[in-house]
Design a binder for this molecule. Structure first.
Ligand code: AMP
Ligand code: GLY
Length: 426
């Protein structure tokens, strides 16, 4: 089987690495990939951007690619699957109509309401004055979200009215998120513990992957600005058997059934971001129409099943008899970012002394490139150092020990990834 993976992040490195272990796979192309995929023996980087749908389509056709697996949300929301399917090419990822679950917060909220899936109370606005009046009526804390895709930066949790008004002005008047923020969704603030719950679906069957938790805030103690994610671990201890069943019954099954009822074709990964409170009540914070980054990295370390075969079976709508096999160990990944991320940062710095992969250690790359045979930083999130251990604590120790060996002038990373899970272990 020839596989094309679309994207250039840590998620795509981890997916490509896992897929390369399948006995059914003869060729793995990653477009455009990164320094990590370039240095894997059996993976070939292709210089086509993830947003260049026509370029990807031409490549898949002329190289007789059997299945294309899409990592990021952008090409999905823009309709890569629709285009590939028109040409009878297999593409793992939802159609653009179904990807609206991530592409528009309002679409998602209307869908959740219609199918009685628990979520925060909300209202959508295209008029700034009406939005501010609503905020004044509801009070703070309150959550303001750009309706469209904003690379994980479109959410503000406003502690007071001034912060809320500023967020409305930034999004609707100054349009710092472009068209994505002309409409905003204003949501009730939810407290509790977050978990990421990701399933693979063929449109009828939902196969739950291992649970995980990520750390979105930049700084230790879950403080500072939100990022794409500074680290993650799997499984999430908060998702016990009872909560797992509850998520499947109140969120996943109704969503799959609702999509089918609406005639929205969804084959791919469905990611539910959840808030779980002290009484084990859960609410959906967000849907993503793809795998999480960095959740993919620790989850792929634990997956024993053949991911290529699973994606292929999903595209043929025959997941009903599939089962997943997991490594029982815990897995934890720490993101090494460029100092300054998520704001301005410097790229093109030398990265040296990367520890070699072992059975329980893997360094996934995101923003890296190889220049004249040397590894350089090339983005905000650069590496995800991922380790397995009998406990989250031992996985964490292994990951930080590997980090201590890496030489890179302006790296930045959190020192407390996994703290919630580790507190429960102690
Ligand atoms: P989203 O992109 O909608 O998942 O939001 C990004 C992050 O903002 C989430 O992972 C939460 O940490 C936080 N967040 C979003 N919505 C809410 C909410 N209603 N209440 C509390 N925190 C939220
Ligand atoms: N780690 C959060 C996300 O992938 O959206």
């Amino acid at each position: 089987m020839k596989v094309l993976i679309v994207g250039s992040g840590g998620r795509e490195h981890a997916l490509a690495w896992k897929i390369s272990q399948s006995p059914h796979v003869t060729h793995i192309f990653v477009a455009p990939g990164n320094g990590g995929t370039e240095t894997e023996n059996n993976i070939i980087n292709i210089d086509i951007k993830a947003s260049d749908i026509k370029g990807l389509l031409d490549f898949a056709k002329s190289n007789e690619v059997d299945i294309t697996i899409v990592g990021p949300e952008d090409p999905l929301v823009k309709g890569i699957t629709n285009r590939f399917e028109k040409e009878n090419l297999m593409c793992f990822g939802p159609t653009k109509e179904a990807a609206q679950l991530e592409g528009s917060k309002e679409f998602m909220k209307v869908f959740l309401e219609k199918y009685s899936i628990p979520s925060a109370e909300y209202k959508a606005f295209t008029n700034a004055k009406e939005a501010i009046d609503y905020i004044k009526k509801k009070g703070c804390p309150i959550v303001i979200k750009a309706d469209g895709l904003a690379a994980g930066k479109g959410v503000t949790i406003a502690k007071n009215i001034n912060e809320a008004i500023e967020a409305i002005h930034d999004s609707m008047n100054s349009q710092i998120f472009g068209d994505a923020g002309k409409k905003v969704v204003i949501e009730e603030f939810l407290s509790g513990e977050e978990a990421s719950f990701i399933v693979m679906t063929d449109g009828k069957t939902a196969l739950p992957f291992a649970s995980s938790q990520d750390h979105k805030a930049r700084d230790d103690g879950d403080l500072g600005p939100n990022t794409g994610g500074m680290g993650a671990y799997s499984p999430a201890p908060i998702v016990d058997k009872e909560i797992h069943e509850k998520i499947m019954n109140t969120v996943i099954y109704p969503t799959i059934a609702g999509l089918e009822k609406e005639g929205l074709k969804y084959i791919g990964f469905l990611y539910a971001g959840l808030m779980i409170d002290k009484n084990k009540n859960l609410k959906v914070l967000e849907f993503n129409c793809r795998f999480g980054d960095p959740e993919t990295q620790p989850i792929m370390m634990r997956l024993k099943s053949d991911l290529a075969q699973l994606c292929y079976d999903a595209c043929r709508q025959s997941l009903q008899n599939s089962e997943l096999e997991w490594d029982d160990r815990k897995s934890l990944g720490v993101v090494m970012a460029s100092k300054g991320y998520p704001y301005e940062y410097e790229s093109n710095q030398d990265i040296q002394n990367l520890p070699k992969s072992e059975n329980d250690l893997k360094i996934f790359h995101a923003g890296t490139k190889i220049e004249n045979g040397k590894l350089k930083s090339n983005g905000g999130r650069v590496l995800c150092v991922t380790a397995l251990g009998s406990t989250v604590h031992s996985a964490q120790e292994k990951a930080y020990n590997a980090i201590s060996k890496i030489s890179w002038k302006d790296s930045y990373f959190r020192r407390d990834i996994g703290h919630r899970a580790i507190n429960r272990e102690d």
